[in-house]
Ligand binder design. Structure first.
Ligand code: ATP
Length: 228
């Protein structure tokens, strides 16, 4: 479904990605792992068209994405839950959701069924929500675009344990529905349970890729490249 090969990109003159390579099959949950500053968010930004790739391939369902603007990439079926949530602060919950709506299985009522808390808060402004509610709204907003691939960048970061658990159960439910997911998250135990495969980045390069079982059995990879 998504193939990223030999991706290089950066900011100004400063190169952040040198050789990022991975793929995601339909229905798979894949994580991008690596310590801070290794290029996970930059990879996501390049896939979404928020940063122009310098070289390499990004192909989604047979369409080359490099050079396409973000709205075209979103329309092709990739939904992003960005780092830091970035909900529209001056719009209500409902307006935030409607703003990104595209026809498909995900509707306002399905998002409200997934996150009853958002239904209770539907007339509240984005800026007035708690961190957990903003995160739910960011996920709901991405689902309203009816993506075939959902990218979650640090969706559980900085949340209280109960809210975090709710976000994990929602991600598991989306996986059970067959949605393809690219996940960035520091909670290794949670991603080992949930994801099918993992891709480890080190200084802008893919240095390891494998299944949860393979990663669980590779303490040297965790010691060398991850937080744990
Ligand atoms: P984190 O977990 O901290 O978000 P990350 O793996 O997502 O880490 P990136 O944010 O992709 O890492 O950063 C990769 C490299 O690019 C780092 O060296 C970082 O300093 C640099 N970088 C990130 N954003 C910018 C920017 N806007 N301008 C210049 N350099 C940047």
């Amino acid at each position: 479904m998504l193939r990223v090969a030999r991706l290089a990109a950066g900011y100004g003159q400063s190169q952040a990605l040198f050789d990022v390579t991975f793929d995601i099959a339909a229905g798979e949950v894949v994580t991008l792992l690596g310590r801070n500053g290794m290029g996970k968010t930059t990879t996501v930004r390049a896939v979404m068209g928020l940063l122009r790739p310098w070289s390499g391939e990004i192909v989604f369902d047979g369409v080359a994405l490099a050079g396409l603007p973000p709205h075209r990439i979103a329309r092709l079926g990739i939904g992003l839950v960005p780092e830091g949530r970035q909900v529209f602060p001056t719009l209500t919950v409902e307006e935030n959701l409607i703003a990104t709506c595209r026809p498909g299985r995900w509707t306002l009522s399905r998002v409200f069924a997934l996150f009853p808390r958002l239904a209770e808060r539907r007339r509240n402004l984005g800026a007035r929500l708690s961190g957990g509610e903003q995160q739910m709204l960011a996920i709901g907003r991405a689902l309203m675009t009816n993506p075939r691939l959902l990218i979650l960048d640090e969706a559980t970061e900085g949340l209280a344990p109960l809210v975090r658990a709710e976000i994990w159960s929602v991600i598991a439910a989306l996986k059970a529905e067959g949605l393809s997911i690219l996940l960035i998250d520091k909670n290794l135990a949670a991603v080992l349970r949930l994801a099918d495969r993992h891709v480890v980045l080190e200084k802008g390069r893919t240095v390891w890729a494998g299944s949860s079982a393979a990663l669980a059995a590779a303490p040297e990879v965790r010691d060398a490249h991850l937080h744990v």
